[in-house]
Design a protein around this ligand. Structure first.
Ligand code: NAD
Length: 310
């Protein structure tokens, strides 16, 4: 297949690109290098430096005739979206719509849209969270991810562009930069390898910190590979269904780094969710996917990568 991967110079989509190339597909990466890095690019792909907001995208898409578009490019920082909601709308709303419209008009057969299970559901009483749970977006980033999801049926019904939405839990692994939506593994790993202390942010009633669902990036890439052919108009959670407190994560990163971390704490920051955990049975049904890498194994591979990079 001929596939466009947007955001492919970034953390997650560079792994998706690797998986697509390894499976023999023809991959073009489109990225404006806002947070992405040229060093993340697989030499086997073709790279186009372009912004998803660029209106000449329509012409580019018409010329290239992709079979599938995999859309990872985004403004990924929740705090940045809180500071400047209009800028977030421009990239994650308008840019995404520009890409969807250009893709649909060019006859793209399938659009894989990357959304956020952590951000969209917000704070929920019942865990793990199922896809049909009524979302509670609490940041402009979450609102604009939802906006992207909401456009997809329109393009399927009017242009025949099939789609699948992947709502990620907290993804971690090699090449993650600490700035991103869920950069805590990268933050802890870089700090511990540099023999610096880490802070666990927590609410008073949660002495071990927040609860999160940490999914290894290789597992996320495998879901994107399956989504090339499977899934029809579904919105699918991708996580591990394993709840991990931030303090336990710090200890596990410490174990993988071979150090005993100093445990220091700070108050929860504005907008921090107390608990997030995704229910993933639909991923099994729709894509034949389930997480395979447990936290210790994923952290071992991640730490190894950061060590080699240093
Ligand atoms: N990291 C996570 O745990 C997580 C969780 C949920 C959802 N996501 C989503 O996964 C996707 C990838 O995130 P990531 O963690 O790899 O972040 P990342 O910052 O490494 O990747 C984002 C990529 O998009 C590119 N980009 C940004 N604005 C662009 C624009 N206007 N035009 C073209 N390219 C642009 C960046 O340069 C970068 O390469 C995003 O859509 C993000 O919202 C990530």
């Amino acid at each position: 297949m001929k596939i466009l991967v947007t955001g492919g110079a970034g953390f997650i989509a560079s792994h998706v690109t690797d998986a697509y190339l390894a499976a023999g597909h023809d991959v073009v990466v489109l990225d404006n290098l806002y947070t992405g890095k040229l060093e993340n690019l697989n030499p086997g792909c073709r790279f186009i430096e372009m912004d998803i907001r660029d209106r000449s995208l329509e012409k580019f898409m018409a010329l290239e005739k992709f079979d599938v578009v995999n859309h990872h490019a985004a403004q990924v920082s929740v705090p940045a979206s809180v500071q400047d909601p209009v800028q977030d709308l421009e990239v994650n709303g308008q840019g995404t719509l520009n890409l969807m419209q250009s893709s649909a008009k060019a006859g793209v057969g399938r659009f894989i849209f990357i959304s956020s299970g952590g951000a969209i559901y917000g704070e929920q009483e019942v865990l793990p969270i199922k896809e049909e749970t009524w979302p509670k977006p609490e940041s402009p980033y979450a609102v604009h991810k939802m906006l992207g999801e909401t456009y997809l049926p329109f393009f399927r019904d009017n242009y025949g562009m099939e789609y699948v939405v992947l709502r990620y839990a907290n993804i971690y692994g090699p090449r993650q930069a600490p700035h991103a939506e869920a950069g805590v593994v990268a933050i802890f790993t870089e700090a511990l390898l540099a023999k610096k202390d880490c802070t666990v942010y927590r609410f008073e009633e949660q002495p071990k910190g927040m609860v999160r669902d940490y999914l290894y990036v290789g597992d996320a890439a495998r879901a994107n590979l399956l989504a090339l052919e499977k899934g029809q108009g579904q919105t699918v959670n991708l996580g591990t269904e394993v709840a991990t407190h931030t303090l336990d994560l710090l200890r596990a990163v410490g174990k993988a780094c071979g150090v005993k971390p100093v445990e220091q704490f700070g108050p929860a920051r504005k907008g921090d969710l107390k608990r997030s955990l995704l229910e993933c049975s639909l991923a099994q049904k729709a894509l034949g996917w389930q997480a395979e890498t447990d936290l210790d194994k994923g952290l071992e591979m991640t730490v190894q990568w950061y060590r080699n990079k240093a």
